[in-house]
Structures are given as C-alpha cells and as structure tokens.
Design a protein around this ligand. Sequence first.
Ligand code: ADP
Ligand code: MG
Length: 704
Amino acid sequence: MPVAAPGIDTTPEVVYDGAPLKPASEVFKSYGKHIFTGKLAEYFLKKNGGSLAMFEDSTWVKDRTKADIIAAAILDWAVAHGAITYCHWFQPMGSAGVRHGQTGQVYDQMLKFDSKTYELKYDFDGGDLVKGETDGSSYPNGGLRATHTAGGYLAIDCSSPIFLRGDTIFIPSIFVSYYGMALDEKTPVLRANDALSNQGKRLLSKLGLETTGLKANIGLEQEIFLIPRDQYYRRPDLQFTGRTIMGKYAPRDQEMCDHYMAPLSNASPALNCMKEIQKECWKMGIPLKTRHREVAPNQYEFAPLFGTNTGQIDQNLIVMQVIEEIAAKHGLAALLQEKPFDGINGSGKHNNWSISTLEEVQLFVPKAINAACGSHSAFPVIMAAVVAAVDTHGDLMRMAIASPGNDFRLGACEAPPAIITTYLGDDMTNYLEAFMNGEDKEYTPNTRTIDVGISGVEAFTVPAEDRNRTSPFPYGGARFEFRAVGSSQNVSMVNTVLNAMCAEKFGEFADKIEAGEEPVAVARAALKEHWKVIFNGNGYDLGNQQMLTDKGCWRIDSGVEAMSVITADKNVALFEKLGVMTAVECKARQDVMHEHYTGTVVMEAATMIDMINQHVIPSLHAAGGEDEALPKAVETLKHALEEIEECEEQEAQAKLARVLRLETMVELRKLCDAAEAVVPSHLWTLATYKELLFLDSHTHGPGA
Ligand code: ADP
Ligand code: MG
C-alpha cells in the first residue's frame, strides 16, 4: 500500500507513522492537515527538493534558493487542498476590542498568465513568501505614519506556523514602518523573546547549564458567551459594542452555581457549536483540548495545549475568529468581550506562562532545572528573578491587561484586583523564605493525601498547594498563570511584558555574578528586596487590598492610567535597553491604547443615546408611562460626547471617556432599567437579560 503523507486526503485510509488509522479516529485523520509543520511539511519539502531541517532553520529566509524551494513546497501543499490564494497575515496595533482578534490580511492569488501562451499558471516563489508590502495607513499607528509616508512592510515570522483556511494560505508576519518601527502587536513580543533568550542563556550559563537559547511557552484559556442569535439582533449594544449597556437583571443568575461545568446536552446548539469549533481548529493544528461550561449562564470555555508564545498568540486569534463564525452557523452569537453582562461573571483569558530552554528544560519545574544545572540552588535563583520582576514591573503587567472590557472586570468578584502580586503557596513560600535566610537545600514539593473514608475510593495524593483564584499571578507547579488577562485581548503585549521583565532580571543577575557575586547571594538579596510582592491570602478581601497598597505593591485602579505607564521613565528604559521598543514606539502604543479606549466609549455612548430614543422612551410611552429624566439623559450623553470631541490630547480624552462610562453611563443605566421593570414584556422591544441568558444556548428552549 502506498504511504500517503499525513493529512492528505488522497487515499481513504490515511497512514500515519506507518500505522493505518482506525475508522473511529476521524479526528486524527484531519488533525493538522491545514498547518505546514512536522511530517506534513517534511513530505512536501522533500518532494520539492528541500528538507524539514532546512525549513526549521529560519536562516532560509535570507537564502533565495532555499526560499524558492520552500515556496514550491507550500504551493504544492496549498494546491493539494484547493487553495490558490495567499496572504501575509498580521496584527495591527490595537487589534482587540469589539471586532475580536482583528487581523490584517490582503489576499493575492498564486496565479499568473504566461506572457507568450496566455496559459494560466501557478505563481508563488520565495520572494512572495518572505515579504509583502501594504499601505494600511488607516490602521491605528499612534502617529508613526502619516498618509504621505504610509509604507508598511510585512515580513514572515518563522516562529509561528503557516496555516491554510478555505482557499487561502496564511503567512504569519510582522508589520513595520519604512523605518522599522513596530506597527503591530507581534514585533515587540518577538523582540522580547530574543531578549529573554539572550539574557536567560547568560544566567543559565552562570548556573552551570549551557543552552542554545530559551523560549516562553503559553497556554491560553478562552472564556466566551454563546447566546441566541435572534436575541442578539434585538440588542444594538451587543452588536455595536460587544456588551449590554443597559438591562435589568434576571431574577436568577449565578445564585445556584448550577452552570459551572454543567452538562452540555446532545441536543444543545452550544455543544454542537463547540464541537464544530474544535473540529475546525483541529484541522489547523490547534489542539483545542478542553471545553466546558463556565460559571455564568451561557458562558463557556476552551483551552488548548500549550506551546511557543507567538504560535499560541496567533492560534488564539484564529480561535476567536472561528468561534464567532461558527457560532453564527448554529444560530448563536459569540461574545468575546470581557463583561457583556452586568451582575454576572465576565470572561477572561488566563495566560499560562512558563520558560524553557530550547532543549526543553523547564525553568519553573524545580527538579528539572536543578538537575540540568547540577545544583539545587538553580531553581530558587530563577524564582527570585521572577519575584523581583513582578515587584519591579507590576505596573507594566497592569498596563498589559488594561482594556475597555477589563474596566468592568478587574477587582469585581470574578477577577483578581488591580493590585499586582504573586501567589506561591505556603509550601514554596516557606522554602524560599528559609533559602533567603541562608538555608541551602533542595525544594521538593510536598503532597497531601486525601482519604475520603469510602471503601470504594482509594486514598489519593494531591499537591500540597490549593489553588488561589484571587491572585493575579499564581504559580502552579510548572507555570505562572496570569489570570487577570481579558477575554478579547490579543495577548502579545502581555507576553512582551512578562518576557521583558524577566529578561531584565536574568540579565541583572548575570551581571552581578559576572562581577564576582555568588548566585545564591544575588538571589537572596533580590528576595529580601522584593518579598512584599509574594501574597498568598485572599486578594478579594478589602483589608488585604489595603495592606498590599500600604506596603507599596503596584496598584492602578484606572485602566486609562494603567495605559499611561508604558511611557514612564523606568519602563521606557527597560524596553529600550532590551531592544524591545524605543521611546517613540512606546508613546505610539500609549496613544493607540487611549484612542482605542475613547473610541470604544464613544460608540457605547452613541449606542445608549439610540437605545433610549428608539427603544426605552417609546416602550415606556406605549405602556402609558413617562419619565422626564430620560430625554435629559440623552442630553447629558450628547454633551459628554461633545466634550470628548473638543479635547485634543489622547490621554485627557480617555480620562473623560472613563468618567462618562464608569460614572455617568452607570447612573443613566439605572433609569433605563427602572423603565424596563415597569413596562409589560410584550411592549419592551429590546431583548432582556432573561432572553439573552436563559433562552439558553444550551437547551434550545427557555432555560430550566
Ligand atoms: P487549570 O487552569 O484548570 O489547571 P490546565 O492544567 O488544563 O488547567 O491548564 C490550563 C492551560 O495551561 C492549558 O492551556 C495548558 O496547556 C496550559 N499549561 C499547562 N502547563 C503549562 C506550562 N508549563 N506552560 C504554559 N502553559 C501551560
Ligand atoms: Mg486555569
């Protein structure tokens, strides 16, 4: 029997690693056939005179002969799957918000006409593959480009795999200006990866481990809402802004805790939708392994297997797009915004983060790193660097999660507060404390045995540490989990910050060791200096929050102010020193964040005006009621919008927008919700919380 390439549909039975797959394993057959990596890539590369090793060494980009071979292999693969189009796929700055996972893409067909015979031919070479050019001056760029200097350049990012969807090959790319300034989310994270690798390599070498480099791995848990699409169309606010700007609470929401991980029935459109999302992602080599219901009604979660950060960021953007598209096919609307509904849980995107060497030694796994370095003090040195980084740059971590949607989520009962600390657990904290005070021994995580006293259930062991959901940045065995990240975010900035801040500390530690200090002495001093940032208690407790604030932990309640810290001297110095961003790039990004914030609020206020005029007032009238405060509310909103428009400076505008949104609009909402409470349901023209959340995506009919 001929051995077909994995992932190619030309034979009915796909052969993988020499073993034919059983019919039941449909899922294996389709896995990864739309991603150009591994065995599949190898098959096409070999066929076209190349090899996987050649492709995996990114220097091929500079070698036209090799690039042509690789382009031929990709074209071959594309054609086998009916794709005749390609695009350089990029992430313009500020690519988050209402249109989620917004990515830039201009499509070109891989075709040409022969100049003599006029015959139609395939046309895609190494030059097309490695670089593209676009105008795109209309993207937010924070003043980095004007329309008369609008050139934008796209260059392939070899750290993230090429994938295929529909008739198109997507080539992950960076997007920079004529002068090489980052116009996208991706360039800074790639630069931060290099910094982390270089500085980490130096430190590890001092700790006894020679490595070719380091990488950061992440796994992104994605929370979403799936609501009935017909009801979604009855909510201008959801359509335009992604969140409900008004809406009386339903008589029931999370009181019963009956949604979390509840069953997904087979008849449920949500289950079918989730399955199709998984299947679609699976084809593109995105192992969206976990699916379950979340805490709020109609809230769900997906989680993939973790991998290299840039690949995961890109795949998460695809996942968000796929979720929105497939939801529509199932009569559902997907809401990725952080806080679509007031009064119930919002959605996050936990950024699970770890560092490993390119040889796969995990830096946050005590046994692994100690063994590789041949010293039991390697692990505490690395932990000390991370602790110091969180304490020094907690403001940047807060900046990285500042988004319009997260405004309503941080500090509320479902997300950690806007105070940045790290939870290490008592076990590890005790160990590090003893280490700091001079003790010198190996950390061996304790375990606990749980014996429930039932004859049919054997006693079992669990980690000594419980979970702490109130911490923004808990350690969890092999990784840290940045829990405060918002669901709609492109997490590039989050990971730029995590990697840059660690790169800095790794570098500082290496410098000191080079200057003659002992590694453990450097780590002990750092722990002493930064100990306050370790906090294992309940972060929701107001007393604790005050205590942490008094101790001087980073606390920035306002998202708009958090966005501004990117240009603080300390932070510009960090980014410049590591080659991650220049001062000009930092300022551009700050402006884009503020503009995006203001733009979001302006849309929300304009939508509120329409909803009051077109729905709330007419419904109230139809019911024979009147409230003079409603027309006044419209005037207030209009006035506030004018004020924002008159203001020239981005940060000042955003500050006004924040007051409008978190104070004025919150007050005005009460009037709308009071009207809703007295209007008979057949006269109320907007979809209610009951209809959005309990005409449930889970059972088709009205919820239980
Ligand atoms: P939980 O948060 O419930 O403990 P999991 O253990 O399933 O969930 O992990 C959540 C996410 O963290 C997944 O996407 C997983 O792939 C990712 N993850 C697990 N280990 C690591 C690691 N070492 N580095 C980065 N991400 C990881
Ligand atoms: Mg988690």
